[in-house]
Design a protein around this ligand. Structure first.
Ligand SMILES: [Cu+2]
Length: 411
């Protein structure tokens, strides 16, 4: 169906900007973070070093305690370690108002040849200020755009939320640009020995750092130790995206200009460009078979699997109003199983969760469901005082996403 294909293509444009990933509402609430520990767990795309993994990653939530660098695991055959650090110390500051700064930096791994990322260890320079870090890869075709964006601030990075804000360039639903993530307590992540995230020579990395300004504004240089392998035996780890619509109406008793859906979509379009509307409508078309929305806090999308793959890890992405997210395989059938069940969404802990290798093939279906809650508006410093609005899919702090991510290998 061309309309569906167009909608998916439109989504892919956006996906490259936001991945994804993103990113804890609740962790920004003082004393609220401990409740998230049992939900998303790991902060990397697959396995972590040490048997305990990253289940303690969000225990502190606010990173109040300095991160104690763990002893890195030994290098495996064909691996080298390369440290990439933001070239300048960045002083966090609120882009407009609020107490949060989401900043993207360009890191150059200076690859002499194509390689695989087989692990990473993200080390915040000021751990008490850094709330989360997400690493995106930028293919050679988009490297110039990333450098140009960085040059606008004299190499100090740029304001970004959710994703890199760089736009598409070769991304697709079945191959998203995520590399990994860090949240307080995160340690080195090492992928299983048979897989790697491909990084072509000439690629860059964009590192999104979320600074919580209430925990200081000391200049920060966050660095990443990359485990690189030139082995030809590794299977490329790809990221497949499963988006669902967001159609979150204003609460009963609340009103305002942007509580009207048309006005809200026009507002997103004004902020992020003409592709915003086809993405919002395209998601409805793909997921619900109509562009007429059914407003409500929970939205979902079921999509058929098109090619065989083996799922190795799963993750979800929403923004600040996210409450819960679930990814299911073959729902409503005897084969049904839940791949990811985040009962309490944590924006600052968006890392992937490894799962036992799970084969999927054409005929299977993947369902992603998200629940958002306008009540977070009253509780989060980032959103306090902003007018109530009908929330649709968009890249901004006040917009939302609903996205399932599957890290897969191909047969
Ligand atoms: Cu997003």
């Amino acid at each position: 169906m061309p309309a569906v294909a167009a909608a998916l293509a439109a989504f892919a444009l956006l996906a490259a900007g936001c991945g994804t990933p993103n990113p804890t509402v609740q962790a920004r609430l003082e004393g609220h973070a401990a409740g998230h520990t049992a939900t998303t767990g790991a902060t990397g795309p697959t396995a972590s070093t040490g048997s305990a993994g990253h289940t303690d990653a969000t225990a502190s939530g606010h990173g109040a305690k300095p991160v104690v660098p763990a002893q890195p695991a030994a290098l495996r055959g064909g691996e080298t370690m390369r440290t990439v650090t933001s070239p300048v110390a960045y002083t966090p500051k609120a882009p407009t108002t609020g107490t949060d700064d989401y900043r993207c930096f360009v890191l150059d791994p200076k690859l002499a040849r194509d390689a695989f990322v087989t692990g990473f260890d993200i080390a915040p320079g000021q751990p008490q200020e850094v709330h989360h870090v997400i690493l995106f890869r930028v293919p050679p075709s988009a490297a110039a755009a990333a450098r140009a964006k960085d040059a606008e601030s004299g190499g100090n990075g740029w304001t970004c939320f959710g994703g890199t804000g760089l736009g598409s360039r070769g991304a697709s639903l079945d191959d998203a640009p995520w590399v990994g993530a860090w949240a307080p307590g995160g340690r080195e992540n090492v992928l299983p020995s048979d897989v790697g995230i491909p990084l072509q020579r000439g690629s860059l990395l964009v590192m999104q750092v979320h600074y919580n300004l209430r925990h200081g504004t000391t200049p920060d240089r966050t660095s990443v130790k990359l485990r690189l392998s030139s082995s030809t035996k590794l299977k490329p780890l790809e990221t497949m995206l499963y988006p669902a619509p967001v159609e979150l109406p204003c609460r009963a008793g609340k009103s305002g200009r942007l509580c009207d859906r048309s006005a809200a979509v026009a507002d997103v379009t004004e902020r992020f460009g003409p592709m915003s509307r086809p993405i919002v409508n395209g998601l409805l078309l793909v997921c619900n078979g109509t562009v007429i929305p059914t407003p409500g806090p929970t939205q979902s999308c079921t999509r058929k699997v098109e090619a065989p793959a083996t799922i190795r890890a799963v993750a979800g992405h929403m923004h600040l109003l996210g409450s819960s997210l679930r990814i299911e395989l073959d729902p409503g059938t005897p084969k049904a199983r839940t791949l990811l069940d985040i009962k309490v969404w944590d924006f600052d802990n968006q890392g992937s969760v490894p799962i036992p290798a799970t084969a999927i093939r054409p005929g299977d279906s993947i369902k992603v469901s998200c629940t958002h809650d306008q009540a977070w508006r009253d509780k989060l410093p980032d959103l306090k005082g902003l007018p109530e609005r009908y929330v649709v899919w968009g890249e901004g702090t006040t917009d939302e996403m609903c996205l399932g991510l599957l890290s897969v290998t191909r047969p």
